[in-house]
Ligand binder design. Sequence first.
Ligand code: BES
Ligand code: MN
Ligand code: ZN
Length: 516
Amino acid sequence: MNFELKTALLDNAALEKLDALIVLVGTNFVPATGRLSDLVQQAVKLGDLDTKAGKLLQLYATAGVTAPRLVLAGAGDLSAHHIRRAVLGAVATLKPAKNVKKLGIWIAPAAGAEAVAAAVCAVADASYVYTTTMSKPQGRTISSSLLMVPDAQGMKPAFDRAVATVRGIELAKEWGNRPANHATPNLLGQAAKALAKLPRIKCDVLGPKQVAKLGMGSFMAVAKGSQEELRFIVLSYSGGTKAEAPVVLVGKGITFDTGGISIKPAADMDEMKFDMCGAASVLGTFRALGELQPAINVVGLIPTCENMPDGRAVKPGDVVTSMSGQTIEILNTDAEGRLVLCDALTYAERFKPRAVVDIATLTGACVIALGAVRSGLFSSHDELAAQLQAAGEASLDLCWRMPLDDDYAEGLKTNFADVANVAGRAGGSITAAKFLQRFAAKFPWAHLDIAGTAWKSGAAKGSTGRPVGLLVNYVLGQVKPDATPVPGVKPTKPQARKPVKTGKPVAKLGHAARLP
Ligand code: BES
Ligand code: MN
Ligand code: ZN
């Protein structure tokens, strides 16, 4: 998707050469001069256009409007939330038309920069099409969006951030959506390597031997049942000085979760290809950082493997030794996410991080607790928790803080190891977080359980790219005011903003190194 930002009043917007024009009409619509403004005013006055967010009125071949299709979209109070709802609705009605390529969106003067960012993210979200494993990929029809605002210059920083965030969200969606046989740990490693083409980004991908040498016995136990080799991905973005402590992001990268010997039921098991969405959100965040080049250091850690049943698979009751030295009794092989994350958390210690945030499709219990609206946020560090919560609100990528009382850890006690990997069914997302907390004592730590938010089920089945929006917002919020990025190791030539290429034939799927 190609994005453009332009200063335009409503009567200028009417003259743009577009396949469709969306006019976002807030409840406090202030009429201006011109035919289109008159039309909007009439539609509101006669009661045919409801200005509640999400209400639509479609018109065709309107006098004075160059675009053949005109969508008047109610946008409520013009808040980011309402703009998002309005744009999602309007774009959804235009998506089936096979000839809407260039879209224009006019945003009323009263809307702020957050509203512009919300419009960018919403148009990308609603027009997204997955194509990678289609034999005849159609690609996305809506390929270019022109945003028209009263003050393009003033809104440019928010716009640029939003466009970079969209690049990250779409990278996360791509890897989330790929089936497990097209998104193996090795391919995820290649996707991370491809990110290292961006300025200031480096990537190391460790294999089984190096991981064994590090003593990651817990991570290795999960990977044992699979024919696919595990990978441990280490990404770094260096925009700050060498001395500056980094933010570390840790993403769960289970490319397929059968449950292992504690095997899952068949129904909907296909959705466990999404069990690497935490990893995908880390890749997506680095994609955005590579574009925005902020003055901060960020490390990304991704333990990635499959969780499979096999003659060599880890068995319920097995005790393994984690990198931290703590022994773990694996009572349920389906609680594998925490087993790969705990070793990655221990690895994070070497960076002396200012904060570590892990992101994981960790528990079905979190889906029960919070549904698909908010991710679960767990943290023993109030300031970090507040920053993440605020970043979620600002990016419309919401999360909600959950408790971490020590009493919740009671069920993790066992007679056979330092800790068990599961407690009872009650408070399942919290006991999972309590397990992780044991490995995160040496730095401010937070955990995002994205089991309910990372993908949608049913007819709209697909990755959401969450919580890339939250993470990008959080990381940018950590940049010191007035800090300028240190010189990059690679020539920082501006990255060409080519539209995301979709439509690769299946035969070319080996090209994981390509950077969407
Ligand atoms: N990847 C799953 C969590 C999951 C399940 C996410 C369903 C979204 C939908 C995780 O590895 C898992 O299987 N967790 C178990 C933990 C249990 C065995 C303590 C769960 O939630 O059932
Ligand atoms: Mn599992
Ligand atoms: Zn899992």
